[in-house]
Design a protein around this ligand. Sequence first.
Ligand code: A2P
Length: 460
Amino acid sequence: MITPTIYTERLVMKPFGTELAEEIYSGWASDPRVTEYMPYNTHTDSDVTREWLRTVEAGVNSDNSYDWAIYIKETGELIGSCGIYYNKAVSLFEPGYNLKYTAWRQGYGTETMARIVKFALEDLKQTCLRALCDKENAVSRHILEKCGFVYDHDGCELGYDGITKREMNYLYLRIPGVNSDFVLTNGIKIPAVGFGSYKSTDGIDSNSKSPIQEALDAGYRYIDTASFYHNEEAIGETLSKCGIPREELFIASKLWPSEMGYEEALEAFERSLSKLRTDYLDLYLVHWPRRNSEDSNWKQTLRETWRALEKLYAEGRVRAIGVSNFAPHHLKVITENCQVIPMINQLELHVGYMQDYTLKYCFEHNILTQAWSPLGRTRVLGETHIMKLAAKYNVTEAQLLLRFLNQRGIPVIPKSTKRERLLENLDLFRFTIDDFDMSYLSTMPEVGWSGEHPDWENKV
Ligand code: A2P
């Protein structure tokens, strides 16, 4: 799409090129905070700005970047620039703007940002945007929040000099009512709602429709399994016959503690692939951090297991790798000495068991948390207050619990053997839980915990 000229209430945003380099740069440099960051953060002189604009001009008709010069409608004064750029690493568009110092504190920043967001959602048909702002820059964060962005986590970015680290806030905008995918650190997208297959195939006779086919028919494309579930063969059979192209499916599996160790993990992966009748997995997880509470050598075993997953990832046999049921002290064993940081930690997470200590750690380390047993295996559904809140939003208790996790930035993998529930569990995006209720649900007293704990379990 060609960058259009856009009019807001008080501004005109026009596509521009190198001719404005000098003027844009001097406006930019008039910002005392930018001057402060100058050595590592921004354009060091107008030549750098011109060079940047040359790449912008070259890409005017591309679908990857849109830039505008911002003018005050009434006076014609040029007050800054803004743009939205596709970040390949995360497969999302990211907006940004700069206003010269004299144009601050008049609401132009919010007016500009709100219009770029509208452009991204309506013209570029995006359902999720990401924005970064310097941790120190509270104004920028405030503007992003006013435009619908929600703070997600802290992180570091390299500055303009390629050396200095800047502490950043990462914010996301997801449209209520739209089921947007989540994005892993390597840019792989994962659906917000997947199908958890544990025990779903138990007791099914060969005459009845496969529960996996039922899930696919309902619209699920993410199928979560594990060697321990003993259903990979049944899943593989259904997937091979379902007619859905492999690239539209997201298949995740896990290795069991008895399969931990370097060679063991590689062999376990091959077994899973062959049972699932595919030549790659979308996600492969270490199911539990240790075999049992007596296993004093668990750290070594875990490191070797992770090394095997890194090899599979490097060879392109799996698109993303991660862990399940890991607390921070388990994650550290991997992250202190690894090539690839786990991209996902799949945890038991539901209202009444939110594991905030682990969630915080994962957010801070860019590890996406995903919820198994998001309904607390139905133990939370009958809680009086959950029933009241579900009635308030005119949804079922299950929808309330799943939407709550979605709004907390957590993809879910509920399971059900019933068609109407499968559909219900996907239909989460017609309502938004307000802040007051989000806060109550986040801190509800413990209820529905399975009792499974990574350090107390005897798995093998
Ligand atoms: P069923 O298979 O009879 O539908 P979790 O995913 O937290 O482990 O919970 C799974 C349990 O929740 C299963 O027993 C499933 O039963 C039940 N369940 C799944 N979806 C719903 C729903 N929408 N309403 C009520 N129960 C549900």
